[in-house]
Design a binder for this molecule. Structure first.
Ligand SMILES: Cc1cc2nc3c(=O)[nH]c(=O)nc-3n(C[C@H](O)[C@H](O)[C@H](O)COP(=O)(O)OP(=O)(O)OC[C@H]3O[C@@H](n4cnc5c(N)ncnc54)[C@H](O)[C@@H]3O)c2cc1C
Length: 373
C-alpha cells in the first residue's frame, strides 16, 4: 500500500478545516438526535458546496471526484466531532444512482444533494439484526401499491428523519435474502409509528411499526426481491467513509488533554498507557488508508473493511476504558467527557455489524476458514 494524497487533495483538507471552524462546538457526532436542527444546517452548508455529492457522477449533479476526497472530508468532520456521514447522501443516494428509475433520481437526488432531505435506515428487526436475511416485515403487492406490515427496531435518528429506507419481504420466508425488496416510505404515512428506545449515551434509537402502510410501487427501488445486491453494492461504495479515523485520533487527543488537566501527565503508568493507545490509533489510521487504497484500485475490500470496523471500534473502547481506569472517580462524573466516551463507545461494536460478525468475515474471507456465504 502506498497512499499519498495529492496537492489538490491536501488543499481540500485545508479547505474543509476552515469550513468546519464555526461547527467545532456542535459535537453532533455524539447525541445527534439532541442536536438535529444544527446538524441539518451543517449538512445544508455542505450541500451548498457540493460536498454531499462529491463522488456522484457530474450528470447527476455530483462533483465526480475520487474516493480520497470523501475520505478526507469525513475524516475531518469526524475529528471535529461535527456529525456522522448522512445515510441519505450515502447508502440511499448510491442505491438510487445505481438502481433508481429516472423519475426516482429526478425526485430524490436533488434534495439529498442539498442536505435538505434525510432518511432513516429500516433494516433491523427484533429477530433479524446480524441475520438480516431472516427479516419478516412484509410488503404485499395490491395493484399499484404494496401494503406493509410488521416491526423494525434500532433505527437511528428515525425521530428526526423525513423518509424511511425500508427493507421488506416480498418473497417467501424461506427465500431469505432472495425474497427482500427496498422501498422509500414516507415517515408520515398512515400506519407508521415511531417509538423511542433510549440508549446508554442519552441518545435514542427507535422502533418503527408498520400497520397496513401503503407504499406506491413507484417507490420500490430496484427489482422486486432484488434488495440484497443493492444493499451490498451501496455499502461497498462507501466503505472508505464508514469509520473515519479522525474520530479515534480525537478521542486520544481529548484523553491527553484531560490527563494533563487533572495533573496525571507525569505518571509513568499513564504515560505508558497513552503511548500504547497512540500506537493503536496509528493502526486504526493504517486500516482506514488500506480500505481507501483498495477502493481506489477498484479491488474487493470485504475483509479489510471488517477488520477496520473491529479495530476502529475496539480502540474507541480501549481509549474510553483507559480514561475511566486511570482517572478514577473524576472520570465517572455525569457530563464529563470521559464518561460520555465510555457510555457511547459501548455500542460502537454493535451498530453497523457486531464484532463477532466482522471477525467471522475476516476468518472466512482473509483466512479461508469455514464456508463462504
Ligand atoms: C447504535 C446503534 C445504531 C443502529 N442503527 C441502526 C439503524 O439505523 N437501522 C437499522 O436497521 N439497524 C440499526 N442498528 C441495529 C444493528 O445493525 C444491530 O444491532 C446489529 O446488526 C446486531 O443485531 P442484533 O442487535 O439483532 O443482535 P443479534 O444479531 O441478535 O446478535 C446478538 C449477539 O450474538 C452474536 N451473533 C449473532 N450472530 C452470530 C454469528 N453468526 N456468529 C457469531 N456471533 C453471532 C452477535 O455478535 C451479538 O453479540 C443499530 C444498532 C446500534 C447499537
Amino acid at each position: 500500500m502506498n497512499v499519498r494524497f495529492s496537492k489538490q487533495e491536501e488543499d481540500f483538507r485545508a479547505e474543509v478545516r476552515v469550513f468546519l471552524e464555526p461547527w467545532r462546538d456542535l459535537d453532533g457526532f455524539f447525541g445527534q438526535g439532541l442536536k438535529w436542527k444544527r446538524v441539518r444546517e451543517l449538512f445544508c452548508a455542505m450541500g451548498e458546496r457540493g460536498w454531499l455529492s462529491l463522488s456522484w457522477p457530474e450528470a447527476l449533479g455530483g462533483l465526480g471526484r475520487g474516493p480520497a476526497y470523501e475520505y478526507i472530508l469525513w475524516d475531518e468532520v469526524g475529528y471535529a466531532r461535527a456529525a456522522r456521514n448522512p445515510l441519505s447522501a450515502g447508502i440511499v443516494a448510491r442505491s438510487l444512482i445505481r438502481y433508481g428509475s429516472d423519475a426516482q433520481k429526478a425526485r430524490w437526488l436533488p434534495p439529498i444533494r442539498s442536505g435538505e432531505l434525510h432518511f432513516s435506515l429500516c433494516y433491523s428487526e427484533p429477530e433479524a439484526g446480524s441475520d438480516l436475511a431472516s427479516a419478516r416485515v412484509r410488503a404485499d403487492r395490491e395493484g399499484d401499491e404494496y401494503i406493509v406490515n410488521g416491526q423494525k427496531c434500532w433505527q437511528s435518528y428515525a425521530q428526526d428523519m423525513d423518509y424511511l429506507w425500508l427493507l421488506a419481504r416480498t418473497g417467501t420466508q424461506e427465500s431469505r435474502g432472495r425474497g427482500l425488496s427496498l422501498f422509500i416510505c414516507d415517515k408520515n404515512a398512515a400506519g407508521v409509528t415511531v417509538s423511542p428506545l433510549p440508549t446508554l449515551d442519552d441518545d435514542q434509537l427507535n422502533e418503527v411499526h408498520f400497520d397496513g402502510v401503503r407504499v406506491p410501487v413507484s417507490d420500490r427501488v430496484g427489482p422486486e426481491n432484488g434488495a440484497w445486491s443493492i444493499m451490498g453494492e451501496a455499502l461497498a461504495d462507501e466503505r472508505h467513509i464508514q469509520f473515519p479515523p479522525g474520530r479515534v485520533r480525537r478521542d486520544l487527543d481529548e484523553m491527553v488533554e484531560w490527563v494533563k488537566g487533572v495533573g496525571l501527565a507525569g505518571d509513568p503508568v499513564v504515560r505508558r498507557t497513552l503511548a500504547d493507545l497512540a500506537v493503536q490509533v496509528r493502526e486504526v489510521e493504517i486500516y482506514g488508508l488500506l480500505v481507501l487504497d483498495r477502493m481506489q484500485k477498484g479491488r474487493s475490500a470485504a475483509a479489510e473493511v471488517a477488520a477496520n470496523k473491529v479495530i476502529h471500534t475496539v480502540v474507541c473502547q480501549n481509549i474510553a476504558r483507559a480514561i475511566v481506569d486511570l482517572g478514577g472517580p473524576e472520570a465517572l462524573v455525569i457530563g464529563s467527557r470521559p464518561q460520555l466516551l465510555w457510555r457511547q463507545s459501548m455500542w460502537e461494536t454493535i451498530g453497523g455489524g457486531t464484532t463477532e460478525i466482522m471477525r467471522s468475515i475476516v476468518a472466512k474471507q482473509a483466512l479461508g476458514l469455514g464456508a463462504r456465504r
